[in-house]
Design a protein around this ligand. Sequence first.
Ligand SMILES: CC(C)(COP(=O)(O)OP(=O)(O)OC[C@H]1O[C@@H](n2cnc3c(N)ncnc32)[C@H](O)[C@@H]1OP(=O)(O)O)[C@@H](O)C(=O)NCCC(=O)NCCS
Length: 167
Amino acid sequence: MAEAVGFRIRPATEADLAALEWGGEYRRFRRLYRTALEEARRGERVLLVAEVQAGVVGQIFIQLGGAFAGQPLSSGYLYAFRVRPEYRNIGLGTALVAEAEAVLQHRGFTQVVIAAAKDNARALRLYERLGYSRFGEDPGQWSYIDDRGKIQDIVEPAFLLAKPLVS
Ligand SMILES: CC(C)(COP(=O)(O)OP(=O)(O)OC[C@H]1O[C@@H](n2cnc3c(N)ncnc32)[C@H](O)[C@@H]1OP(=O)(O)O)[C@@H](O)C(=O)NCCC(=O)NCCS
């Protein structure tokens, strides 16, 4: 993939829900994504997508405050962060994180928190390069209802990383 790929980062809309399933790979998250979009409409989340000419190829979701890993309400939490494999290593991930940080800073948040699976060396390296520091661990136990209505239990032990937002 050439470096000079033109892209823009914008909030996700209803029309993006199908693209976020990546042709079926993430169909299981259909209900989660729809709920997240409803929460975004209520002002509880911001869902960002990275779009190239071919369509949506990356995403990052932001939880605005709320309890997470004992961190205060002044923290925003980044999750559901991914870039399609053929568009990796050209800066889209970095741009998505930077835009998410800008959204949080604009809203007065003073810290960003992100969890990365302990075995996700690539993501950990990226976050540390972007100024995030490990402050703890999370058992990574959570559940969701998949597109067929079945409860899925996930266990994905993670490192927790945070970055202060300076104004
Ligand atoms: C983690 C992830 C979102 C990163 O996305 P990305 O678009 O590849 O991120 P970037 O391109 O900004 O950075 C990746 C690497 O490319 C390098 N890079 C960035 N821009 C570049 C450019 N213009 N030219 C060459 N290399 C570049 C970066 O230095 C970085 O190097 P590093 O791996 O040593 O940190 C992506 O790998 C992914 O979707 N992984 C699977 C899902 C996942 O693990 N998500 C995170 C869950 S915590």
